[in-house]
Write a protein that binds this ligand. Structure first.
Ligand code: AMP
Length: 282
């Protein structure tokens, strides 16, 4: 696996590979890798000749400085995990490589309808940071494919809109969420779940499945109410349980009015914030 830390290095390498006709699939991450990330890398390997992974803890997407400071950075373990899958290039840039001092990389995109729902209100500035870093990384890597997880559905929807708006010649591929044996979505945060609470952590998943079952007999509002209560009854502090259009992320009031519908949830279990979602219809 080639490891590059500067834009110059990775671009020189990838330009040569592209000239040889090789296609590139790119998986951006914040590190602290788990099997969920690795499944994206494996899928990337099936799509293209070269898999490029980046590990960059992007400061601009953290709205809490403490969160950024506390974010795990187990680089040795990450590199070890990456060698277990087919990843040919690891990009490990410094902050200055991504954000050269004095250069304004702000992406001006009018996507408030996607950014100001669900995760938006409680994480001000988060998606602006994500948009800026992913656009910058796409400009550097220029991949044929960008692989993102369905677990962060809102994030991939926003990046899909950016790709469309800026006519970036990259195909976004969204990969289903990898789950633990009991349904809990794999996440770097799961290690922080209090072991006493771990048995209830899959309630989010079970409730999303329940939402799917309830669709045929209940209105979207009723499903929202029933599911929210279920989650709160199990000791979670709920932030949102949303039933939204899969393309616009706007609230669904009538099942029949939408082609793709998702249920999305964010809730605190102790001091760990968990998110998950399920496609209800498509
Ligand atoms: P992160 O490092 O948390 O930004 O995640 C990097 C990528 O991995 C994002 O596209 C996530 O959506 C994706 N991802 C995170 N957890 C999972 C999972 N359990 N299954 C599939 N993809 C995931």
């Amino acid at each position: 696996m080639h490891v590059f830390t500067t834009v110059n290095q990775i671009q020189t390498f990838l330009t040569k590979e592209r000239r040889k006709g090789r296609t590139i699939a790119f998986v951006p991450t914040l590190g602290a890798l788990h099997q969920g990330h690795l499944t994206l890398m494996k899928h990337a390997g099936q799509l293209a000749d070269l898999v490029v992974c980046s590990i960059f803890v992007n400061p601009t997407q953290f709205n809490e400085p403490k969160d950024l400071e506390k974010y795990p950075r187990p680089l040795r373990e990450d590199i070890h995990l990456l060698t277990s899958v087919e990843v040919q290039v690891l990009f490990l840039p410094t902050d200055d490589e991504i954000y050269p001092p004095g250069v304004d990389l702000t992406v001006r995109a009018n996507l408030f309808y996607l950014t100001e729902v669900m995760e938006g209100p409680t994480r001000p500035g988060h998606f602006e940071g994500v948009i800026t870093v992913v656009k910058r990384l796409l400009d550097i890597v220029q991949p044929d494919y960008l692989i993102m997880g369905q677990k962060d559905y809102q994030q991939q929807a926003i990046i899909g809109a950016i790709i469309q708006q800026f006519q970036i010649p990259t195909k976004l591929v969204t990969h289903p969420t990898l789950r633990d044996h009991d349904g809990l979505a794999l996440s770097s945060r799961n290690v922080r779940i209090d072991p006493k609470l771990r048995l209830t952590a899959n309630i989010l998943y079970l409730t999303l499945q329940k939402a799917k079952l309830l669709m045929s007999s209940h209105t979207p509002d009723q499903v929202r109410d029933i599911c929210s209560s279920l989650i709160t009854d199990h000791g979670f502090t709920i932030e949102y349980f949303a039933i939204v259009d899969g393309f616009t992320l706007q609230t669904v009031f009538e099942w029949a009015d939408h082609q793709k519908i998702l249920a999305c949830v964010a809730a605190w279990l102790g001091d760990v914030r968990l998110i998950d979602n399920e496609i209800l219809t498509f």
